[in-house]
Design a protein around this ligand. Structure first.
Ligand SMILES: Cc1cc2nc3c(=O)[nH]c(=O)nc-3n(C[C@H](O)[C@H](O)[C@H](O)COP(=O)(O)OP(=O)(O)OC[C@H]3O[C@@H](n4cnc5c(N)ncnc54)[C@H](O)[C@@H]3O)c2cc1C
Length: 188
């Protein structure tokens, strides 16, 4: 492994820790660019990525990674029709496990009137990204195991990244959540 600074010292260890299917581009745009068949294949590939992360964490018994289930993409405007269209695209066309949440359900969970409808991906999850990246490095046998272990001990006590944005959106940390404490959220 070649690293100028600390292993996982940059984006890989400092991101929001959202493990989501999909891409930086919206799936609607992906479909319009490559067609439904290829978009579906790309979506499946991204879901495979999710499974890889989940399985790797479990198999390596990575300490301090603590996957937390669920991701909520909330709307800041009252656009139920758009959310419904997204739910249909993700669920029926792409085969994703997805739920459309009406405003009332969102507001039962998030104690604010700021958000409206939401798209919920129950199989997406949230991890401690630094501990995951260090776990991967240690698993890869970088020859710096002792250093990594010491680093890992320190990082485990770090607070988790604020539950916030997807890789494609700027962070907007919103304090979560009452009845569904496991779900991370991201505004549209
Ligand atoms: C604020 C933020 C939040 C994000 N949230 C998410 C998220 O929730 N989910 C998600 O999937 N993605 C997220 N991302 C994106 C994700 O973190 C990055 O796409 C990913 O970490 C990029 O990995 P990388 O290895 O390419 O880069 P990095 O993790 O930045 O690693 C590059 C490394 O190269 C080293 N380097 C640079 N030059 C040299 C050199 N000449 N010699 C040796 N080493 C060198 C640097 O020191 C650095 O450590 C987020 C990104 C940011 C910035």
């Amino acid at each position: 492994m070649l690293e100028a600074g600390r292993i996982a010292g940059n984006a890989s260890g400092r991101n929001h820790g959202f493990v989501l299917p999909g891409f930086a581009e919206s799936m609607e745009r992906v479909v319009s660019r490559v067609g439904m068949e290829h978009a579906k294949a790309l979506w499946d590939l991204s879901e495979m990525g999710l499974r890889y992360v989940r399985t790797t964490i479990a198999e390596a018994r990575m300490p301090g990674v603590a996957p937390i289930a669920g991701w909520l993409k909330v709307s800041k405007v009252d656009n139920g029709d758009e959310v419904l269209a997204d739910v249909q695209l993700y669920g029926q066309e792409l085969g994703a496990e997805v739920e459309g949440w009406p405003t009332e359900r969102v507001r039962e969970v998030l104690k604010t009137d700021h958000y409206f409808h939401a798209l919920h991906l129950p199989r997406a999850f949230h991890i401690h990204p630094l501990n995951y990246a260090l776990g991967l490095a240690e698993r890869g046998g970088s020859g710096r195991r002792a250093h990594l272990r010491a680093h890992n001990q320190r990082s485990r006590s770090m607070p988790k990244a604020c539950a916030s944005a997807s890789p494609r959106r700027p962070p907007a940390c919103v304090p979560a959540i009452s009845s569904s404490p496991a779900t991370s959220i991201s505004p549209r």
